[in-house]
Design a protein around this ligand. Structure first.
Ligand SMILES: Nc1ncnc2c1ncn2[C@@H]1O[C@H](COP(=O)(O)OP(=O)(O)OP(=O)(O)O)[C@@H](O)[C@H]1O
Ligand SMILES: [Mg+2]
Length: 252
C-alpha cells in the first residue's frame, strides 16, 4: 500500500522542500521506493533532486490532463527516488482549475487511476499557501507532515493550518491524518527554539516528532549541487537527523 504524505505549511521557508528531498532520500536508504511530487510552482524539490524541467511530462501536464501519471514519473540519480517534476506554469493552472468541477480532486483522481503500487511512500511538496494546489495535495493525501520552524514564533500559523486540515476532513477527505509536526532549524542553545518546542509540545502533544532537525549548513548547501544531504555529506548532523526521522516514521 502507498502512504501519501503531503508536506505543508502556508508559511514560506520553514523547511518543507528540504524535508521532502531529505526524508525521501532517507526512506529510500531504508530500501523503500519513494515518489516525490512537486506541487510548488517554485519547483525547488525538482532542482534540489538534480532534475531539469520536463515541460510535457510534469505536474502541470498531469493536472491539465495532457499526460498520464506513469508518463510523468521520472527516475532521479538517487536509488529509490522518483519524481513528478514541478512546473513554473503551475501558478497559472491554479487559476484555471478554480473554475472547474471537482477542482479539489485533480491530484487524487490521478493517483487513484494510476499510482504504481511499487511506491511505498509518496511525498508531496506544497507551495507556501493554502490555495487550490495545496488543497489538492491534502485531498489526495493519507497524512500531512507539518514542518515548524523553531526560530520563529509559528504556532498561530499552525492553528490556522490545523483548522484547514479539519475543514478538508469534513468536506473532502475524512481519512486525512496528521503524520506529525516536525521542528526544523532547531538549536537547543537558543531560548526561542526551546520556547517553540515547549509550546508545540503543550499544544500538539503526541503529534510532535521526537526527531528534531537542527540548523545545519550542509542542508542548505546540498540543493545547489542537486543532491539530498545524504549524498552530499552523510556524516553531517542534517543527514543524520533526516535518517532518524525516516526511522521514526517507519517504526510506527
Ligand atoms: N535545517 C536546516 N538548516 C539549515 N538550513 C535549512 C534547514 N532547513 C531548510 N534550510 C534552508 O532554508 C531555506 C528554506 O528551506 P526550504 O526551501 O526547505 O523551505 P520551504 O518551506 O520549502 O520554503 P517555501 O515555502 O519557499 O517552499 C532553504 O534555503 C533551505 O536550504
Ligand atoms: Mg519549498
Amino acid at each position: 500500500m502507498n502512504r501519501i504524505i503531503a508536506v505543508a505549511n502556508q508559511k514560506g521557508g520553514v523547511g518543507k522542500t528540504t524535508t521532502v528531498i531529505n526524508l525521501g532520500a532517507s526512506l529510500a536508504a531504508f530500501e523503500r521506493d519513494v515518489l516525490v511530487v512537486d506541487m510548488d510552482p517554485q519547483a525547488n524539490a525538482t532542482s534540489g533532486l538534480g532534475m531539469p524541467p520536463s515541460p510535457d511530462h510534469d505536474i502541470h501536464a498531469l493536472l491539465a490532463g495532457r499526460a498520464g501519471l506513469a508518463e510523468c514519473i521520472r527516475s532521479t540519480a538517487f536509488d529509490g527516488v522518483s519524481i513528478v517534476p514541478g512546473s513554473r506554469d503551475l501558478a497559472g493552472l491554479e487559476i484555471e482549475l478554480a473554475a472547474q468541477d471537482r477542482r479539489e480532486f485533480f491530484l487524487r483522481d490521478a493517483f487513484e487511476e494510476s499510482l504504481p503500487s511499487r511506491f511505498q511512500f509518496v511525498l508531496v511538496d506544497c507551495a507556501p499557501s493554502l490555495g487550490l494546489l495545496t488543497l489538492n495535495a491534502l485531498v489526495a493525501a493519507d497524512a500531512v507532515l507539518l514542518p515548524l520552524q523553531s526560530e520563529y514564533y509559528a504556532l498561530e500559523g499552525l492553528t490556522h493550518l490545523l483548522e484547514t486540515i479539519r475543514r478538508v476532513r469534513g468536506a473532502w477527505n475524512p481519512r486525512l491524518e496528521v503524520e506529525g509536526v516536525l521542528l526544523t532549524m532547531y538549536d537547543r542553545r537558543l531560548k526561542l527554539s526551546r520556547e517553540v518546542e515547549a509550546d508545540a509540545e503543550a499544544h500538539l502533544g503526541g503529534r510532535v516528532f521526537n526527531t528534531r532537525i537542527p540548523r545545519n549548513v550542509r542542508l542548505s548547501e546540498a540543493p545547489s549541487y542537486g543532491k539530498p544531504v545524504l549524498h552530499y555529506d552523510l556524516e553531517s548532523p542534517g543527514a543524520r537527523s533526516y535518517l532518524r526521522l525516516a526511522e521514526e516514521i517507519l517504526s510506527r
